[in-house]
Design a protein around this ligand. Structure first.
Ligand code: TZP
Ligand code: MG
Length: 210
């Protein structure tokens, strides 16, 4: 399972569609991975949403990652967890998680990417790659130069997140990303499945160009 098209669910940007419905539409368009992200829900509510997304992603053979919460990810039988700077450190998550459990880490620099790799991350996400309106505290974009530097420094799968669209996805892949993680470019579109399918084709074309 890869990270070519990694769709992050958001019910607000998704015009009120549930996480599971957004996931269903995204995987129908070829999303390889789905991340459940909901800052409004905690424990029980997040688990309920996670169980529903788990079902959809299992049916589709897509990777399922829960944002922030290792406990909820484990309880829901997710494939992994995505951790940022304020979450459980990767090293601690790795110590607790069962073998094979995926741990993804947000990074903002080459140093942070190298550290995440050393602590046992399975993939790193440059966050944010470009400015984004989908995450309030995302800060300015790190840009393609940093993405390329990280590509040269770590051999883990590298995902770009933040501000990625159909227009810039080709440049992002050319700069060394293995995949893209998006909210608005898929979840925020009227035709979620069509948007995913279009991005998937653009990623494949960019990879074929080498
Ligand atoms: N983490 C870093 S940027 C971001 C997250 C969750 C938001 C990405 O959303 P969009 O709409 O694809 O820019
Ligand atoms: Mg987090």
């Amino acid at each position: 399972m890869g990270y070519d098209l990694y769709v992050v669910t958001d019910e607000e940007i998704g015009r009120g569609l549930s996480h599971a419905e957004l996931a269903r539409r995204a995987v129908a368009g070829g999303a390889d991975a789905v991340q459940l992200r909901d800052k409004r829900l905690s424990g029980r509510g997040l688990l309920e949403a996670a169980l529903a997304v788990r079902e959809v992603t299992l049916d589709a053979g897509a990777l399922f990652i829960v944002n922030d919460r290792l406990d909820v990810a484990l309880a829901a039988g997710a494939d992994g967890v995505h951790l940022g700077a304020g979450d459980l450190p990767v090293r601690e998550a790795r110590r607790i998680a069962p073998p094979g459990f995926v741990i993804g880490a947000s990074v903002g620099s080459v140093d942070a990417a190298v550290r995440a790799a050393a602590e046992g991350a399975d993939y790193v996400a440059l966050s944010p790659t470009f400015p984004t309106g989908s995450k309030n505290d995302a800060g300015p974009g790190h840009g393609l130069a940093v993405l390329s530097e990280i590509r040269g420094a770590v051999s883990l799968p590298l995902v770009a997140i933040g501000g990625i669209t159909a227009t810039n996805v080709g440049d992002v892949i050319a700069a060394g990303a293995d995949g893209i993680a998006v909210i608005s470019a898929v979840v925020g579109q009227e035709d979620v499945t069509g948007a995913a399918r279009d991005l998937r084709a653009r990623i494949a074309a960019a990879k074929a160009r080498g």
